[in-house]
Design a protein around this ligand. Sequence first.
Ligand code: SAM
Length: 260
Amino acid sequence: MNRFQEPDARAIIADLALPAGSAGLDVGCGVGLFALWLAEAVGPKGRVVGIEPSAERVEAARALVGRTLPSGRLEFREGDATRLDFPDATFDWIWCGDVLHHVQETGKALAEFARVVRPDGRIVVKESQLLHGVFLPGYPALERRLRQAEMEWSRHEGGEFSFEERRQRTPASLRAAGLRVESFRTYLLQRQAPLPEATRDYIQRVAFERNWGPRLRDRLTAEDWERRSALCDVASREFVLDDPDYYCLYPISVVVATVP
Ligand SMILES: C[S@@+](CC[C@H](N)C(=O)[O-])C[C@H]1O[C@@H](n2cnc3c(N)ncnc32)[C@H](O)[C@@H]1O
C-alpha cells in the first residue's frame, strides 16, 4: 500500500528468515510492495504469488512492481482469502498483512490458509496499530477522540467488531482456527521531522485525508472537527507535518502460526 513502512517491513521480513528458494502467498497484497520485498527475501530460486479480490488492484500491482523481478519470481492474480484457488500444500508460507481485519469470515479464511500451506509451513499475519499510534504528538485528547470516531466508523465494514477490535483478536482468531501461535512480536515504527517523502505522503493522504477525513465529520463535535482541520489540512497554517518538532509512532504486530 505504501513505502512508508519499507525500512521496518524489510526488517520484519528479515526476522522471519524465510528459507531461500521457498514459495509464498501474499493474501490481499494491495499494490504488491510487500510481495516484492518478500520475493526479494527468498532470493532468485524463490517464488511469491500475490492475490487481490479485484482485477483493478491486480493490475495496479502488476503495473507497479510486476516487472521488477525476472519472470516466475513474482506473480499477481485475482483471488479471495476465503476461497483460495490453489491445491492443498502449495506454499511454504503465507503472508497476510493488514488484511485479516477486513475479512468477515475470519475462520473460513484461516482454514484456507492452513489448507494451502504445507505441513509445518508458516502463516504470518501482520496487523498495524493493535496499540494506537501517535500521529498528532502534543494533542493526545483530540487524537483519542479521532481514533474513537474512526473505530466507530469502521464497524460498518467490520460487522460486529470494529477494525481495532478485530486486529486485537488476531492471536485468538488463529488459535480458534486450530493453528498453533509460535510467536507474537510488536515493532515500533518511528519517524520524525524532516519527514521522508513516503511518510509525509502516507500520513497526509491515508491517515489525515482518508481515515480522519470527511467520513468522521458527523461523529465529532464542531469544535473537534475545526481543531482537526487546523492540524491536519495541508493548506492550514498550523499543519502539523510542517512542524519541525513533528514525529509519529506506529506499532506493527506480527503473529506467526503453524498448522499443528
Ligand atoms: C490495508 S490494505 C493492505 C494491502 C497490503 N497487504 C499492504 O500491506 O500494503 C488491505 C487489502 O486487503 C484486501 N482485501 C480485503 N478483503 C480481502 C479478501 N477477502 N481477500 C483478499 N484480500 C482482501 C483489500 O483489497 C486491500 O488491498
